[in-house]
Design a protein around this ligand. Structure first.
Ligand code: DAT
Ligand code: MG
Length: 139
């Protein structure tokens, strides 16, 4: 099967709650291969750039404050049908609407603090991956 890729971040809420290991286990046991990974913290400028598409939304300020308040785990994941399969694995944006067994259902507390990011298209997966990683950090 063709190799495809998605970009993900374990968000500050899930890191603070000690869920990094459990979430990584869920990701790898669902067939995703980690080909890049770093533990880092976004500056406001970086978070604003990453979420530029949402800059006119009423929750933008809250989103930037949340995403910069502590470290995140950024990663690039490889799998066939990576983008769609990963969105299925993480569940709906609002954890209350997320299906049983999804990462957001298991580990997220609210729509604003929803534990994990997953790219929504192949194009965005590529842009987001190269926003966070250089070529020599991808294996
Ligand atoms: P997703 O992360 O599922 O792709 P999105 O791209 O629509 O969702 O929004 C990006 C992030 O912005 C989302 O993960 C959390 C935040 N967000 C979205 N809708 C929100 C809302 N109604 N209130 C607060 N934060 C919200
Ligand atoms: Mg999105």
């Amino acid at each position: 099967m063709a190799k495809t890729y998605t970009f993900s971040m374990i968000k500050p809420d899930a890191v603070e709650s000690g869920y990094i290991g459990l979430i990584l286990d869920k990701i790898t046991s669902s067939g995703f291969k980690i080909i890049a990974m770093k533990f880092t913290q976004l500056s406001s400028r970086e978070a604003e750039k990453f979420y530029d598409i949402h800059k006119t939304k009423p929750f933008f300020g809250e989103l930037i404050k949340f995403m910069t308040r502590g470290p995140i785990v950024a990663m690039i994941l490889e799998k066939d049908n990576a983008v769609d399969d990963f969105r299925t694995l993480i569940g709906s944006t609002n954890p209350e609407q997320a299906k049983e067994g999804t990462i957001r259902k298991l580990f997220a507390s609210s729509v604003g603090e929803n534990a994990i990011h997953g790219s929504d298209s192949d194009e965005n997966a590529k842009t987001e991956s190269f926003f966070h990683f250089s070529g020599r950090e991808i294996f």
